[in-house]
Structures are given as C-alpha cells and as structure tokens.
Design a protein around this ligand. Structure first.
Ligand code: X8Z
Ligand code: ZN
Length: 611
C-alpha cells in the first residue's frame, strides 16, 4: 500500500477484492521436495498477493482517516494498523525464506525480493518492538502535521503550511528568519523519538539480513547497494556544474537585494532567503533573480488569483493535460473524496500526497492547495502518481508500484516540463507568448530555480539518513552532520548558530514521516530523459526546452505503456522500452538547460563562485 509522497507506511500496494480461494489453497503445508518447491513458491506468492489485496482497503482507509483527522483516536488506529501490517510482513518474509535457493519462475523470484523490501520501516519481529516502532512513527508523523510556531509576542500561532507561504512571499530578512527559526521549533522535540526509531528500524532491517536500514533502502534499485551509491555520485557529478553556476548567480542577486553584509559573496547563502523553508526549490524568489524583467513574465499565480480559481479549478487544469494525451479523466470519486483544501476545524497532514486506495480505481489527492503557480505544479506532480497507480492496477499487488520510486516521482514532473509557455497560452493561463531569447532565459531560470536547486538537496537528505542508519553519524552529531551536508552540497548555511539542542532534519516532512528521499534526486534527472522520449514520440523537432507533448495521443500511449508495467520488471527494462537506454543519465538535463548554462556563464564571468 503506498501513498505517494507517500508515506507508505504499509508498503505493499493495494488491492483488488477477492483472492480468498488462493489463500486457502496456499495455506496447505509446503511439500519439501525441490521439485514441488517450484510450484509452492508460486503458490506462496499468490497467497501473499491475495492477502495484500484482502487487507489493503482497510490499511488505506485507516491511513487516510489518520492523515485527514490528526487526533488521539486516529493515532491509536494508525498504530494498530501499522502493527498489523508489520506482523504480516515479518511472518510472510520469514516463511518466504524456505524458497531461497530453490528453482522458481522469474516473476516469482522478483515478487519474493519485493516482498522483503516491502516496507520503508521494517519492524523487529518481537511484538513489543513492533508496537514501539508503530507508536513512534505515528507520533513523529503527527508531530509534524500538527506542528505550529507560537511566537511569544502575542502573534497567533502559525501552522507549517502558513509558514511555508509566509517565508515564500516575504522579502524581509528578519521576518523570514523568524519564520525559519519558528518552524524549526517543531523539529527539536523529535530528536529523542527519532533516535529510538533509528534503533528499532535498524533492528528490523538486520532481521531481514541488511546491515542497516540505509542498506535496505539502497537495495531497492535492481542493483547492489554499492552500485546504487556509485550511480547517485555519478549522476550528481554530471549536473553539479549547472548547480554551481546557478548558485553563483543567485547569491550575487541576493547580495544586491539584501546587501553583501547579509549575503557574503564568498560563502554559503543564508538558508532562509531562498523562498522556501528548506531552500530546496527557489522559484518563489524569481522576482529577485529574474534575468529580463522587461520580457513578458509568466505570471501564472496572478491569473490564478485574479480569476479566484478554486482548488478544484486548478486540479481540472492538471487533469486536462493528462486527458489531452488520451488518458482517462479522473473518476467521480476522486472529486468527491480528495482533500483539496485545509479544513478549518481540525488538524490534518498538509504535505501533498496522492493515494491509490483500492489498487487503482479510488484515486485521491490530499493537499492544502493555495492559489499559486508552484502549487499548480505540485498538483500536476500528484496527478502523475494517480495516473501511475491507475495504470498498474491490473498488476499483481506486489508489482503495483513504480519501476523504481524515482519513476513514480518523475511522471508528474515530466508533465510540468511540458507546461511550456505555448501550452500555458493554449489553455488560457497566460495571455500571450513572447518569442525570443529573453523569454527563453526567463523561462529556463524559473525552471532551474525549481528543478536544479532541488538536486543537491535531494541528494543530501538520504546521505544524512544513510549515515544515521549506519551509525557513522551519531545522535550527538545529528544536527552538525546535517548542516555539514547542507553546506557541502547546497552551499547554504543557517544565519544563526544551531546546536545539538536542535533537530533541524525533523522540520522536513520526509524525516518524521520516514519517506526515503533519493527518489526525488532520481526523478529530478529522469524527467528530462522521459521528456526527450515523449517529445520524440510526439514528433517534435526542435530544442528540447521548447517541446511540449500536450495533446499528443502517441506520447500518451507510450507513457501509459510504461506506467502499466508497474514494478513487474527491472527498471532498466522499463527505461529501455521508453528511452532506448538502460541508464539514468544527466546528459538530458544539460541539453535542456544549454541556453541558461551559456547565459549564466556570461553573467558569472569575473565573479568568485563557490563557497
Ligand atoms: O514530497 C513531495 C511531493 C509529494 S511526493 C509533494 N516532493 C518533495 C518535497 O516536497 O520535498 C516533491 C518535490 C520534493
Ligand atoms: Zn511525489
């Protein structure tokens, strides 16, 4: 069961009704001859799939109610549900060990492997440990969702979602620092429970045969964990030169805006000035760094506000893109059951997610949508998950997932890349398209602020966790190691001293919610390879950054074929079918941003870049 962005606290995807016949047949004791074991392994997997299918609806319903009503009662239910899944997972993986080394079909061997990897938080097999882990993870997730900054100067308390918007729109140095520090007060009390979480989940990972939880996460990519680590390093080195130029230019502009005393030109950028609570995407400070203010601005936020679009209006635009490619409209239940806005009367988990409740027909998003262009892009992102979930619904439950998790994250973002000025104009979100180099550079800048700024951040979040899980980063070093990585990769630093009394990683959703983050790094690369392939399929002939496949049924069919395969085969096979290559490759990123890279180099000439 997965929720994308998901939290996937229950790992196996969802379900179709029925399957009880299979359960009773497969419950017969396994014959112990090797020849019979071939049959038994298949039966065993059929049973595991049937059990997942059977239980998934209740797991998902509990998780949904928990995320949309954060209170003591749903905490209890969510923790019980997590324990039930964890007990099933431990028992089933344990039983599966009898098939190791026996002959079986390829799909069954793959399903066995995926079964073992079917959780991001493996529980210890003993009941007390399982219970403690479930309670801690429920607690941490709730602390984040309910988190508030309550200043002691009489101002009202502010939620995470409010603070995110405030820090994005304010251009006042001190005010932003206040929001930034305020939100981090929510992270500090997570330190102890997080430390205990690490111990328990590591125990669970060890029982499954992994050195630690980080190694288990890195084993989920159809290659060895060592090879995966090397891949991540290779991909980062391909795109780093572009990030370095962007950093240099943005730092200079921030220096002009806030003063070089506030933004020194030879060091890291203060982390609270980039228009985002985590400095992970910088598109909200486009106004400060806009290359050509006189060229037509793609101010989609203005249109959204002027027309006072409802969240549903915004979601309709996103759905329209997918439908233009020949994919089915979203079901009525999507519109009836999704959470589009932050409810006024209760606490919810606002961090955006997309849900395939029952294996693919009951699709939902859970967001607290605001009237901005970046929220519109998040909606397109979330629908990518929903279209994936629906496309793979006919796969067996153990294969209902992305080819790897980066694929799942990349689908909606590929569509965002195809939201070219021409597309925005066609659908009436902007009034005109201005041809010419200046508009191209403006457009590339806003995209780089989102997609290129993301790369070092998305690389370091899990590098920190890998270190924490392996013990290389000890609890008395949690915060320092976090800031060392942030400075090294992103070139950002806190404007005021931080200490081990703080726990700044906890102020980022995916840490308390325990969602692995390498997926976003991979997605930030893969989406340009997907764009290339779909543009070819759409018959586009021109520079990659000008391509849209809006309205291309051929591109839609090609995309959907990939989505339908789910996780049924190694991702390399899936990638090859779509793109002709078996490797993730940053070359498409570099090709896409070639105009901006050339422009940045000219702008940065004579500047001392680096930190
Ligand atoms: O968590 C998300 C999505 C849901 S999968 C809203 N993202 C990451 C984040 O917000 O940190 C998308 C970009 C990276
Ligand atoms: Zn996502």
């Amino acid at each position: 069961m997965k929720k994308y962005l998901l939290i996937f606290f229950l790992p196996l995807v969802a379900c179709e009704p029925g399957g009880s016949n299979t359960v009773s047949e497969a419950s017969q004791p396994a014959p112990d001859t090797a020849a019979a074991a071939v049959v038994s392994a298949d039966d065993f997997i059929a049973r595991a799939n049937a059990e997942l299918a059977e239980d998934n609806a209740a797991y998902m319903a509990t998780a949904w109610v928990r995320a949309t009503y954060l209170n003591e009662d749903t905490a209890l239910l969510a923790s019980q549900s997590a324990q039930k899944y964890a007990a099933w997972h431990s028992r089933t993986v344990d039983e599966s060990l009898q098939y190791e080394g026996t002959e079986m079909s390829g799909p069954t061997a793959r399903a066995l492997k995926l079964l073992k990897l079917g959780t991001s938080k493996p529980a210890p097999a003993d009941e007390a440990g399982r219970r403690e882990l479930a309670e801690i993870t429920t607690l941490l997730d709730g602390m984040y969702g309910k988190g508030k900054y309550c200043p002691d100067d009489g101002r009202e308390c502010m939620s995470g979602s409010q603070l995110e918007e405030l820090i994005s729109s304010s251009r006042d140095y001190d005010e932003n620092l206040d929001y930034w520090l305020g939100w981090r007060e929510v992270g500090a009390p997570m330190r102890q429970p997080y430390q205990r979480f690490v111990e328990l989940a590591n125990e669970g990972a060890a029982e499954l045969g992994y050195a630690d939880l980080g190694e288990m996460w890195r084993s989920n990519y159809d290659m060895t964990p060592e090879a995966f680590e090397a891949e991540a390093t290779r991909l980062w080195s391909q795109v780093k030169p572009l990030y370095d130029e962007l950093h240099c230019y943005v730092r200079a502009k921030l220096g002009d805006y806030y003063g070089e005393d506030k933004v020194p030109q030879n060091g890291p950028i203060p982390a609270h000035l980039l228009g985002n609570m985590w400095a992970q995407s910088w598109d909200r400070i486009y106004d400060i760094v806009e290359p050509y203010p006189d060229a037509v601005a793609l101010d989609v936020s203005k249109t959204i506000v002027e027309r006072n679009m409802s969240p549903q209006d915004m979601v309709r635009f996103a759905e329209g893109f997918y439908v233009s490619m020949g994919l089915e409209p979203l079901p009525d239940t999507f519109w009836e059951r999704s959470q589009f806005s932050k409810p006024r009367d209760r606490e919810v988990q606002c961090h955006a997610s997309a849900w395939g409740m029952d294996g693919g027909n009951d699709l939902r998003i859970k967001m607290c949508i605001k009237q901005t262009y970046d929220e519109l892009k998040v909606i397109y992102h979330e629908l990518g998950h929903n279209y994936y979930q629906r496309a793979y619904k006919d796969q067996a439950p153990l294969f209902r997932d992305g080819a790897h998790d980066g694929f799942h994250e990349a689908i909606g973002d590929t569509i965002v890349l195809a939201m070219t000025p021409r597309y925005l104009n066609d659908v009436g979100l902007i009034d005109s398209v201005e041809p010419g180099e200046e508009s191209v550079i403006n457009d590339q800048m806003i995209r780089a602020l989102r997609g290129i700024a993301m790369l070092p951040w998305a690389r370091l979040v899990d590098e920190w966790r890998w270190g924490v899980f392996s013990g290389e980063i000890s609890p008395d070093n949690y915060n320092r190691a976090w800031w060392d990585l942030r400075q090294r990769y992103q070139g950002v630093a806190p404007a005021v001293a931080r200490s081990e009394a703080d726990f700044d990683p906890g102020a980022k959703y995916h840490i308390p919610a325990n969602v692995p983050y390498s997926r976003y790094f991979l997605a930030a690369i893969l989406q340009y390879q997907f764009l290339q392939a779909l543009c070819d399929e759409a018959g586009f002939d021109g520079p990659l950054h000008e391509c849209t496949f809006y309205g291309s049924k051929a591109a839609g069919a090609r995309l959907n074929a990939m989505l339908m395969a789910g996780q049924s085969q190694p991702w390399q096979d899936t990638l090859e079918k779509l793109t002709g290559t078996r490797q993730m490759d940053g070359a498409a990123v570099i090709e896409y941003f070639q105009p901006l890279m050339a422009w940045l180099k000219v702008q940065n000439a004579g500047r001392q870049c680096g930190w």
